[in-house]
Design a protein around this ligand. Structure first.
Ligand SMILES: [Zn+2]
Length: 275
């Protein structure tokens, strides 16, 4: 499998690749790990791998289904979160999901449900989920995202395979100016010419790192400057101008409570939407 967009976790990636080559990917995973460990990235990569129509390692990141999954617009992939911000997924939502699961997929061979903060569901929601795991249609796949897998009922856990992600890389406060400039240059090069998955990978490696708001803003300022310098001497001007405009908007968003993973995803989606 091609899982390099997810940082670290080498053993887990190797294990999944072996599984894919062997008996194939499972229909239910619990993706657990602390904040910032890449649970959502892992869910997207798994979903893309299951729907990818490219040849070679999956997800290829460039076929139609892969691009739709990575941009969050594939009709057979649904991400479910609580009815309101801060609320867990409710039992009614799981029942609705059950009804939906019995409608065959639109485009792909599988229908994939990503359940956010699944460990916060109450016991009745979890029991409804359990039924679905036991009796759901064969094409349905459930990816349960959990900060703490211990919050899930043992019966639910026993029906899923668990992918426990390692904590994110250490705090990078104390990044030197030189290191920061190197990161910025790396991302500018990717923004100028990389393909989508490669850009996502680079953006994650640069942006999905714990930094203070000030550090992140400083980094984005540097990036904007770097893109400006490159525009003058580049042939890929259109992309660079687009990138510079996006980074300016990103800098505004960086003040909000948006994490680096989300910023990276947004940057890539917007970048390729316009091209
Ligand atoms: Zn693909």
């Amino acid at each position: 499998m091609e899982l390099s967009a997810l940082a670290g976790n080498e053993r887990l990636k190797e294990q999944l690749s072996r599984q894919e080559r062997g008996r194939g990917l499972s229909h239910a995973y619990i993706i657990s790990g602390p904040a910032g460990s890449g649970k959502h990235t892992m869910a997207l990569l798994l979903a893309a791998a299951m729907l990818c129509t490219g040849r070679g390692e999956r997800p290829c990141g460039t076929c139609g289904p892969c691009l739709k999954v990575l941009r969050g617009i594939h009709p057979d992939v649904s991400a479910i979160s609580g009815p309101e911000t801060g609320k867990p997924i409710a039992v009614d939502q799981v029942r609705a999901l059950r009804a939906d699961a019995y409608i065959r997929p639109n485009e792909g061979e599988r229908k994939i449900y990503i359940l956010k903060e699944a460990d916060r569901m109450n016991p009745s929601a979890q029991n409804a989920m359990l039924k679905l795991l036991e009796e759901g249609p064969p094409y349905a796949v459930f990816l349960l995202i959990a900060g703490n897998a211990g919050g899930l009922l043992q019966t639910v856990r026993s029906r899923c395979e668990e992918l426990a992600l390692s904590p994110p890389p250490e705090l990078v406060s104390g990044e030197t100016d030189r290191e920061r400039l190197a990161l910025v240059k790396k991302l500018a090069v990717a923004l100028e010419g990389a393909e989508e998955l490669e850009l996502l990978e680079t953006a994650m490696s640069v942006l999905d790192v714990k930094r203070s708001r000030e550090e992140l803003t400083a980094l984005l300022d540097l990036l904007e400057e770097e893109l400006g310098t490159r525009v003058v001497k580049s042939v890929g001007r259109r992309r660079l101008l687009r990138a510079a405009e996006l980074v300016k908007r990103l800098r505004g968003a960086a003040g909000l409570n948006v994490n680096g993973g989300q910023l990276s995803g947004w940057l890539c989606a917007e970048m390729f939407d316009a091209l």
